[in-house]
Design a protein around this ligand. Structure first.
Ligand SMILES: Cc1cc2nc3c(=O)[nH]c(=O)nc-3n(C[C@H](O)[C@H](O)[C@H](O)COP(=O)(O)OP(=O)(O)OC[C@H]3O[C@@H](n4cnc5c(N)ncnc54)[C@H](O)[C@@H]3O)c2cc1C
Length: 463
């Protein structure tokens, strides 16, 4: 029997893969999503442990705008996938903070409020900041052919206060930068707009709401998803992928392959060359995340802030730490502190810090567990400078590392934001193999979803 043939095979049931599948199935493409794991969502999935439900990635969905806002990325997603904004049941944040020694900048989903905060704390930067904002608003971050430029260089050509520059880069880098120390200007613009100009929100049920909406839609429009069905190899002939070999030995064929596994990770599946030499291109920035279930909401301890982006030193360092973790900066997220109409059934606090993949992944099991036990109080010590002491309220804690991220997603080095040099056109050296998701250049839930849609449009539907 000849192998089953599809118009499009999509590798990965994360946000980008599911979105691409919906878009393609709408246009009657015979489409199949292949996912190695039993749960969908990839870098942003969910799991149960110790009788509690956890989200892997979700702190907040960026790009929140109220329903009806024209031209915003979230509305584009809804239009292209024929979903309603209400399907995601998004609840806006209360208020978040960027905290550096001796100074706090607050922001919420009203951009004018953030502008006033910057002006109040940095009056000498007022006009310079307004000019930077104008430049950001006029910049076309969707131009796939744009040349990469140093974000630090461009922002420093507008602003002269290094503290304000670091305070702006801190949340934008932690929430969406694959590059150490600097950030490509287009990516800076994407993140600035998605966090400050638009805003943060979260479904009450967490990320499973978003995944379930996308999975249901894939089914409704006739797309197929096969879970526990990894792609082992892409067999290449004449500059094209000729067949797709699965972990179970089965072979499939497709006119087009769209992969969300990562650029280097995808090329390593191809049997036409030595993709090992591409390994240095892979991203290296990864994180540890500590998620504690609490017996009381942080609000009852006097902390109503949704997310705190903190930095304990004068300068902000965004690079792979030499030690296992760099607790000097990070994120503290309280999922309770969104504007729900009734409290969450379980209170949670999430703490996220930069971490060293090589360090964590080479530890023998006993030392790996010991390292988690050692780092937990060290991270608490830093975090407790910014939130009330919640430790007596902890009922259960999970602690995941870059090793966990690599295991569950296949991303080299557990790189949460993929490779630094994005492949914005999605093209590879093979004429029918394209990438979508993190390595194409749009990050986060909204970014990855848009990436899946735009790569499906560009490389399949517009052909
Ligand atoms: C700790 C953490 C916190 C985060 N916080 C947020 C947040 O608050 N807000 C936000 O918007 N974003 C957040 N993100 C980032 C966001 O999750 C990602 O940018 C986005 O989900 C990437 O989606 P993707 O489709 O590009 O790739 P992925 O989610 O990586 O999906 C790729 C899929 O491909 C599968 N796969 C890989 N190789 C194969 C193979 N050979 N065969 C079959 N399947 C394969 C993987 O298993 C995976 O499911 C966070 C991520 C992490 C890890």
């Amino acid at each position: 029997m000849p192998p089953t043939h599809y118009d499009v095979i999509i590798i990965g049931a994360g946000m980008s893969g599911l979105a691409a599948a919906i878009r393609l199935a709408y246009f009657d493409k015979h489409v199949l999503v292949l996912e190695r794991h039993y749960a969908a969502g990839g870098l942003n999935s969910f799991y149960a442990l110790g009788g509690y439900q956890f989200d892997v990635g979700l702190h907040a969905m960026t790009n929140y705008v109220p329903p009806g806002t024209r031209g915003a990325p979230l509305m584009k997603i809804c239009r292209q996938l024929r979903l309603k904004p209400e399907d995601f049941a998004l609840v806006p944040q209360y208020q978040s903070e960027i905290r550096f020694p001796g100074i706090t900048l607050r922001f919420n989903n009203d951009f004018e409020f953030f502008i006033q905060e910057v002006i109040e704390h940095f009056p000498a930067q007022k006009d310079k900041f307004r000019r930077l904002v104008r430049c950001i608003q006029e910049y076309d971050e969707l131009d796939l052919e744009a040349k990469p430029m140093s974000g630090r260089q461009i922002v420093s050509s507008f602003l002269t206060d290094p503290l304000l520059i670091d305070m702006l880069f801190c949340p934008l880098m932690i929430y969406g930068n694959a590059e150490e120390r600097d950030m490509e200007f287009g990516q800076f613009v994407v993140m600035f707009k998605s966090i400050f100009c638009e805003g943060l929100a979260r479904p009450r049920e967490g990320v499973r709401r978003i995944i379930n909406v996308l999975r249901r839609k894939v089914r409704e429009v006739g797309g197929a998803v096969r879970m526990r069905c990894g792609v082992k190899a892409l067999h290449v002939e004449g500059g094209r992928v000729r067949s797709v070999e699965l972990d179970n030995g089965e072979t499939l064929t497709a006119d087009t392959i769209l992969s969300s596994a990562g650029y280097v990770e995808t090329l390593r599946l191809c049997d036409d060359g030595d993709a090992e030499q591409l390994a240095p291109l892979a991203g290296r920035l990864s994180f540890v995340e500590i998620i504690s279930i609490l017996d009381a909401p942080m609000g009852t301890l006097g902390h109503n802030t949704t997310i705190v982006f903190y930095n304990t030193e004068k300068d902000f360092h965004y690079e792979v730490p030499k030690d296992l973790v760099d607790p000097r900066s990070g994120v503290i997220c309280c999922p309770d502190n969104f504007l729900y109409d009734k409290p969450l059934p379980k209170s949670v606090i999430r703490m996220t810090c930069l971490a060293n993949f090589d360090g964590w992944s080479t530890l023998p099991e006993a030392e790996y567990m010991a390292a988690k036990a050692e780092w937990l109080p060290r991270i608490h010590r830093e975090v407790l400078q910014f939130v009330p002491d919640f430790r007596d309220h902890i009922v259960f804690t999970d602690f995941f590392t870059p090793r966990t991220i690599k295991y569950w997603t296949g991303h080299l080095n557990g790189a949460v934001y993929g490779m630094p040099n994005k492949r914005k056109t999605g093209r590879t050296h093979l004429e029918n193999l394209f990438i979508c998701g993190n390595d194409q250049g749009f990050l986060g839930i909204v970014g990855a979803t848009l990436s899946g849609i735009s790569m499906a449009n560009l490389h399949v539907l517009k052909k």
